[in-house]
Design a binder for this molecule. Structure first.
Ligand SMILES: [Fe+2]
Ligand SMILES: [Fe+2]
Length: 447
């Protein structure tokens, strides 16, 4: 009985508190948002938190529906969470954000969003990520937008039913101050974004005329706080510690971001996540003539990435594809064996600005020594697979025409395991040894 009274008070006060905060959060919103009319939910998308038993969902309506909720269901039973509702700038759309908690790990959850006691959407599904799983697949893109090439990339992602997340290394919708472009962009990706989280690093195009970073902050919420946004954060997935940093904010030694990066990278447990990937927008290494290498970024952070054993740095900004060898201070540390590398030799840097924006075709010549592979006239995406049985990570570069460009593997083990091709060669080698022994034996018997 003692527990029931406080619970009753909370239940009675909760709707009041909620209504008040919704009113407050809507005070600055455009007058065109109609209150409490039936709302059509759109731009529904998941966002992972740093807790595997949680998933945040965000959506938009053109009306001020006051009691926005998410209802979710799994082996833990049916639960409901209230959303926080808000808007930004003069954009005539209301946004809602709710976090589903207490989710069983690695299990399918169904959910729907809407307004309490009235309109709810259809049910959507997602599977919570199990950080201890031995297999994980995801897609990484950058410089996306809504060109026909960008839509080809979106359709490929929607059709990919085994990818468990998408990352974007900045320059996301290219709204550039035109807020409807964001709305359309989110609606186009909704089919994928309702089932897997799209996790982002901020790019220069997210700093919009008249809005600065406000649209990005309110639409992709990495910290579940409406009034703030973290532009640098990390997430653990099976086998990989992923860092999302900002090349658009201060990263110089002494800055908050620099200290955070140092602290985050030095606290990775490599037994649990053998690989570390840093996602950020501008590249430290690029041999594209349009932007090229961001030398300031390299001067500030490369030594730290090398010292902390970062395996991959995945950037965009230059609209082409390029992969470096494992490098440190422009020096090639390793050239691997048949596109296979042992981790710990130095970060491999990728520019994957091929998500749909027009290609930057002019390249620096001659190709720098640190550049292992580059391509300046195709569009596409990259797909990564972590195989926990052998503790290795494989990245494949897909073009929108269905062909594959680059492909390589990083393994945790320091000794290079021969690839299928070279092991065939290995077998030939052993056959030759047996043949020589047999020949020698025959020759000796003849004597
Ligand atoms: Fe771009
Ligand atoms: Fe950019």
């Amino acid at each position: 009985m003692r527990h029931i009274f406080p619970l009753l008070v909370i239940l009675l006060l909760a709707p009041l508190a909620n209504a008040q905060s919704v009113d407050e959060s809507f005070q600055d919103c455009p007058g065109l948002l109609i209150q409490n009319q039936s709302a059509s939910e759109e731009q529904i998308h998941l966002q992972m938190t740093d807790d595997s038993s949680e998933m945040t969902v965000l959506w938009a309506t053109s009306t001020r529906n006051m009691n926005a909720i998410v209802e979710y269901n799994g082996s833990m039973g049916v639960k409901v969470a209230d959303a926080e509702s808000y808007c930004y700038g003069n954009h005539n759309v209301a946004f809602h954000m709710a976090t589903m908690t207490g989710l069983p790990i690695g299990e399918e959850i169904e959910y729907r969003v809407g307004t309490q006691d009235s309109d709810m959407t259809e049910w959507y599904n997602f599977t919570t990520i199990d950080p201890s799983a031995t297999h994980f697949e995801w897609i990484s893109i950058a410089d996306h937008g809504d060109s026909s090439e960008g839509m080809d990339v979106s359709e490929a992602i929607i059709a990919d039913t085994t990818a468990q997340m998408v990352t974007i290394s900045g320059d996301i919708s290219y709204a550039d101050g035109e807020q409807n472009a964001w709305d359309n962009w989110f609606n186009f990706q909704q089919e994928s974004m309702t089932s897997i989280p799209w996790v982002t690093a901020v790019g220069n195009h997210e700093n919009e005329p008249g809005y600065e970073f406000a649209p990005y902050e309110h639409r992709f919420d990495s910290d579940q706080q409406i009034e703030s946004e973290t532009f640098w954060y990390s997430r653990n997935v099976p086998g990989v510690h992923m860092v999302f940093m900002s090349t658009e904010h201060d990263f110089a030694p002494g800055s908050t971001q620099f200290s955070w990066l140092e602290q985050d990278l030095s606290s990775v447990n490599r037994d649990v996540t053998p690989f570390v990937i840093v996602y950020g927008h501008k590249p430290m290494y690029s041999s594209n003539s349009y932007h090229g290498s961001e030398v300031e970024l390299r001067d500030s952070l490369e030594a730290m990435y090398v010292a902390q054993g970062v395996d991959l740095v995945i950037a965009g900004h230059d609209h082409f594809y390029e992969r470096t060898w494992p490098v440190s201070a422009e020096t090639v540390m390793d050239t691997g064996n048949d596109e296979r590398f042992s981790r710990g030799q130095g970060p491999i840097h990728l520019v994957i600005g091929i998500g749909g924006r027009s290609a930057y075709e002019e390249l620096d010549e001659p190709q720098p020594e640190w550049s292992a592979y580059r391509e300046n006239n195709s569009y596409g995406w990259t797909r990564l697979v972590y195989d926990g049985d052998v503790r290795e990570l494989t990245l494949t570069h897909h073009r929108t025409d269905g062909t594959i460009g680059d492909k390589f593997t990083i393994q945790e083990s320091p000794s290079i395991v021969e690839s299928d091709d070279s092991s065939e060669l290995g077998m030939v080698g052993m056959d030759s040894v047996f043949a020589i022994v047999a020949l020698l034996g025959a020759a000796l018997r003849k004597r």
